[in-house]
Design a protein around this ligand. Sequence first.
Ligand code: HH2
Length: 286
Amino acid sequence: MGRTARNTDRAGTLTTSPGPVVVGILNVTPDSFSDGGDFLDPEAAAEHAAAMLGEGADMLDIGGESTRPGSDPVSQEEEIRRVVPVIERILAVRPEAVISVDTYRSGTATAALEAGASLLNDVTALRGDSRMVSVIEEAECPVILMHMQGEPKTMQKDPYYQDVVGEVRDFLAERAEYAVAAGVRPQNMILDPGIGFGKNLEHNLALLRNLDAIVDLGFPVLIGASRKRFIERITGVQVARDRVSGTVATTVLAFERGAKFFRVHDVAANREALAVTGAMLHTPRR
Ligand code: HH2
């Protein structure tokens, strides 16, 4: 348990540190939209995790269920079966790794924390499982609360907002309030507008353009735009893993607008872009 406690502290430090945080994506699923099936074997997953840490990832986000548009949920047992051996394998090789688990299920969250994960990423913002909030409160671990309209199976059918930025901001403010009222520490919360989750191209662009409205809520903000379909709509790049340049553009703009966490598949490219953007923004002009 010593290891878990230490890494939870390290995860907490990431949320309060001044610089940007690069979150490397590791999907242990057969059907994720860009890396489905690549890392189902714990050995292959651990190798990819080590590669992302070597490229400069500050932490990893492991998912055992795809939430791409049209995806079907898996059982909690299956999710645990996919995720836990990978956490154990990674920590056996890299005990200092900060690992987040992309789940909205309290049972998976508990199993993942026991295996050594130190953060939770809940795409339902604590609406998916009423027991989730007490798991987070007891573990005193950071949590990512994400906005989603609808659910993955149907969310891209006809997303509709009168004022996408205002509605996403109000939703995240309400979810943060709910978590604080249930005992989650404010300094443990990270907010995410949920790029591509029940949003069309214009909705995604409005959220990225007006990100300061969400940053102004006073919590660190995470952006997960990596390789997503809206980039294809702009660039025409059909193969998801080839959407690196488009992803980097979102990282640069979101960083300039105040985002702190960048959930990406291509760690090296985004890390480099953040270093150069940071230098441009913060080096005093002569
Ligand atoms: N996007 C995906 C999954 N989890 N979590 C947060 N907080 N923010 C996101 O934008 C986000 C997320 C979808 O991307 P990916 O994991 O690459 O694909 P899949 O859901 O198909 O596994």
